[in-house]
Design a protein around this ligand. Structure first.
Ligand code: TRP
Ligand code: SF4
Length: 364
């Protein structure tokens, strides 16, 4: 690909939960790292989003964001090949969120499935707030500011990208200008989309509708066999030391049918088997299936192999994290430079949006 064939843009964000675990990595970051060469990538730490649920006890959001940035870099996001930044460093996210608030019907937000689900699941928090209802709209602003072609997310975020598409459509219907074909041709670059051709006029969509890029996100089991999640306290950190990976795996639950060493088991119903499927080679997998089903191997041996596979994947990540940990100013500098690049794209969109909504005059 040469410079003339501009790469299509991808944007995604992650809440700052502090140090990432293997489930966060396989669900998002692993995929992002692989998108860097193919697309013009923007990845950000959604620190404002943390407050939509944790406003009462935010903790040190700054530090948690810094830790996520360390894991981004450790996992292989490369500031030379992608733009990475903190959301709160780019105030245009807040401005677009505010403007969107005027044109978004309440019902659209009330109908987002996570709205009621999360309120029920997080009963200890009072989530009957404006910010919590509105966070998918903030996410729409996060996305549309950059006019990405694709938003790589897991299944749980698809509804939010759908809302984003609806918001873009409504915005374009309300504010897009109709221009003559000549003007359209002159303006025609990858951002401008022909929405509709009517008589001699062409509608130019200001905010193109992005598509979901559904990334494979294997459900990683945690040590207790439930989904790996910080709130269950069953995680293996992305940068866990080798000794701790081995120690943690020893405590992991296995196929309950294997009570004694001589009982055969089934890797398909064993959480350790699920880890093998994600991290182990086909050769190791074959040994696991054969040995487990014939009771030829013990669970301790099998867990040792799983630990080997995990350590092989994460050892280089831990090493890179240690390098960046020693230079926190460099990490912050990467985020500052990323924010400057993000801001220039976001501000260009905002200039169009302000003009379209009648808040500013087009400057020539
Ligand atoms: N809501 C997303 C999550 O909880 C994080 C997020 C915020 C995001 N803004 C985004 C993801 C924009 C993609 C695009 O995981
Ligand atoms: Fe699970 Fe491995 Fe034990 Fe089989 S041998 S039950 S796959 S830990």
């Amino acid at each position: 690909m040469n410079d003339l064939q501009a790469k299509r843009r991808v944007l995604s964000g992650m809440r700052p939960t502090g140090r990432l675990h293997l489930g966060n990595y396989m669900g998002a970051l692993y995929n992002w790292v692989r998108l860097q060469d193919q697309y013009d990538c923007f990845f950000f730490i959604a620190d404002w989003h943390a407050l939509t649920t944790d406003y009462a006890n935010p903790g040190d959001v700054w530090q948690k964001s810094h830790d996520v940035a360390l894991d981004f870099l450790a996992a292989g996001l490369d500031p030379e090949r992608c733009v990475m930044f903190r959301q709160s460093d780019v105030l245009q996210h807040a401005e677009l969120n505010l403007l969107f608030g005027n044109l978004t019907p309440l019902g659209w937000l009330e109908r987002v499935p996570t709205y009621k689900d999360q309120q029920e699941q997080l009963r200890e928090k009072d989530l009957a707030t404006y910010g919590f209802l509105g966070y998918p709209l903030l996410q729409s602003a996060d996305i549309l500011l950059y006019k990405p072609a694709f938003v790589p997310v897991g299944q749980d975020q698809v509804a939010h990208v759908e809302l984003t598409r609806e918001v873009a459509r409504r915005f374009n219907q309300l504010y897009s200008s109709a221009v003559t074909p000549e003007v359209a041709a002159a303006k025609s670059d990858k951002e401008l989309m022909k929405a509709e051709v009517s008589e001699n006029l062409i509608e130019l969509a200001i905010l193109p509708e992005p598509k979901v890029l559904l990334t494979p996100s294997p459900k990683l089991p945690g040590l207790d066999g439930r989904k790996m999640s910080k709130s269950y306290g069953n995680t293996i950190a992305l940068t866990e030391s080798e000794a701790d990976v081995r120690k943690k795996l020893k405590t992991m639950v296995t196929d309950p049918a294997r009570v004694r060493r001589t009982d055969p088991g089934d890797p398909d119903v064993c959480p350790v088997g699920d880890l093998h499927k994600v991290f182990s080679s086909p050769e190791t997998m074959a040994k696991v299936y054969e040995g487990c089903r014939s009771a030829g191997i013990g669970c301790i041996e099998c867990k040792g192999w799983a630990a080997d596979s995990i350590v092989r994947e994460i050892a280089p990540i831990a090493a890179r994290r240690a390098e960046y940990e020693a230079q926190p100013e460099k990490v912050e500098q990467i985020l500052t430079e990323g924010a400057a690049r993000a801001r220039s794209v976001a501000e260009a969109t905002m200039r169009e949006v302000r003009v379209a909504m009648g808040l500013a005059r087009a400057s020539h």
